[in-house]
Design a protein around this ligand. Structure first.
Ligand code: ZN
Length: 322
């Protein structure tokens, strides 16, 4: 199975004032650190003192321009760069302590060869002309003190004429990996392919787990007995989601934990076919499946759970599963 986890268009988040100021500095081709109460300078800066948790960088005088040249404090060589690496030729990942800083930042060093790399070597940043306020505004570091000049900023085509401080970043978010399901997961998926929810039972405590576990988390013994479960149960808790997410239903949508009849652990699922204002803990629900002809070997065959219309289950009957 190949799984892909992705936020199309990237994941947008706010930077906060400290990281935002650091990124704004990168866009101008300058490196800034923040001074801690003990006098040391942190690069990249953090919002809080790692030792005392005191707020950092709240006053202008706490900010210190460092480098941009620095010293390699440790490194590892990459013989075979991957597609998303910053360089398409062999390079080093290095921790680089900019002059005037007491900590090091991680970046790539384009030294040409592994033999040219050494702990303690001097390096300088190679700035891109197209800078957006991101760590990639530094294309890489290169050996030596380097040229002092920074190429004039080439604003992004959709950039504003007057550059505001960086306050938001959009990060690409994609993870692709191969998953070997194993016998337990494969048997579960084979069940889902025919509209059957399968759990496993622990021989010692008798608890039924769904999605199935290969071993009982309480007893540590194999849970080898298969149990066919109905697609009915009780909603033990839920959330109304108002943040749009790729692959999720239109907002507001409901996600919740459903304790299937006969199961001893609640499973995470969507709840639909009911106005969100009417969803409640204790509601009886039944699975809604995709039509037979559309089923694949996937948990997506079970679209969501919908109310059965039966009376609610008193909380005391399922409180130990919440
Ligand atoms: Zn057990």
């Amino acid at each position: 199975m190949v799984h892909v986890l992705e936020f199309p268009g990237g994941y947008t988040r706010s930077t906060g004032p400290v990281i935002g100021r650091f990124l704004t500095g990168l866009r101008s081709g300058r490196l800034f650190g923040v001074r801690m109460p003990d006098g040391r300078v942190l690069v990249p800066p953090t919002e809080y003192d790692p030792q005392t948790a005191a707020a950092l960088g709240t006053a202008d005088e706490d900010w210190v321009e460092v480098g941009p040249a620095g010293t390699v404090t440790t490194w590892i060589w990459v013989d075979d760069p991957r597609p998303d690496h910053p360089l398409d030729r062999p390079f080093a990942w290095a921790l680089i302590r900019p002059d005037g800083a007491d900590t090091a930042l991680l970046h790539a060093v384009d030294s040409g060869s592994k033999a040219a790399m050494a702990t303690g070597m001097r390096v300088h940043p190679t700035w891109r002309a197209e800078r957006t306020g991101a760590v990639k505004d530094i294309a890489c570091f290169a050996p030596g003190e380097g040229p002092a000049e920074v190429p004039a900023l080439v604003p992004a085509p959709d950039g504003e004429a007057e550059l505001e401080p960086v306050s938001m970043v959009t990060l690409p978010h994609r993870l692709e990996y191969r998953l070997r399901g194993g016998t337990v997961w494969n048997h579960f998926i084979d069940g889902m392919a025919v509209g059957q929810i399968r759990g496993t039972r622990c021989a010692k405590c008798g608890k039924v787990f769904v999605p199935p576990r290969g071993a009982c988390p309480g007893d540590g013994v194999p849970a080898t007995e298969w149990v066919d479960l109905p697609d009915t149960g009780v909603l033990t808790t839920f959330a109304v989601n108002n943040v749009p997410a790729a692959g999720a239903p239109e907002v507001p949508f409901i996600s919740g934990y459903v304790l299937l009849d006969g199961a001893d652990i609640a499973m995470l699922a969507l709840v639909s076919d009911v106005p969100w204002q009417e969803v409640r803990i204790g509601m009886r629900v039944r699975g809604v499946w995709v039509p037979d002809a559309e089923r694949t070997r996937s948990v997506k065959n079970l679209k969501w759970f919908a109310p059965t219309g039966e009376p609610d289950v008193p909380f005391e009957q399922f409180e130990e599963y919440v």
